[in-house]
Design a binder for this molecule. Sequence first.
Ligand code: CDP
Length: 209
Amino acid sequence: MIIAIDGPAASGKGTLARRIAAHYALPHLDTGLLYRAVAARCLALGLLDDVAASEAAAARLDVAAIDPEALRSAAMGEAASVVAARPGVRAALLDLQRRFAAQERGAVLDGRDIGTVICPDADVKLFVTAAPQVRAERRFKELAGRGAAVTFADVLADIEKRDERDSLRSAAPLVKADDAALLDTSALGIEAAFDAAMALVTQRLGQRG
Ligand code: CDP
């Protein structure tokens, strides 16, 4: 069983993907980490603007060596969105995502293009969203909680800029797949969002028989 979860920054898709994966005992891939890791490598080399360097970093990415904690900053999210707009970077990361999805028991993947490009035949597709103000509030609390020196206004501006870049790019833009179920978590806490997501998942699985 493949479950594809897409949505914009801080929509709750990562938390939901982890919880749903745990519920079904499926492996989970946070695909945003792949783009963040490519961006980190480019930043370390001072080559974020170099398309060929970012493609090479994507082609050589060692997934086992990714340290999620080192990649959580707002700056890394912004840099990830820059490299993620490059078709060559996306192409270099395609196979490893599809291989992950093709594991025998199935998998849960979350990102921006899982239901549209990576796993168009996924058994269940969710598109998780929330109002920008709500997403910015969540991300602000998360970053501030980790001691980052950020303001709410900065976080909101970052989210709006990334939403725009991710949605308007020509390579695998952030868009709801036609057959994805929409889940707006603006008014939902984690537990309520999980319950709503599980209701959609079981409904979809029931429809597939
Ligand atoms: O956690 P958050 O939603 O803020 O970000 P993320 O999922 O770690 O993704 C960081 C950036 O990577 C996004 O803004 C996208 O530009 C890019 N990304 C993508 O293009 N495709 C994916 N499947 C996942 C992430």
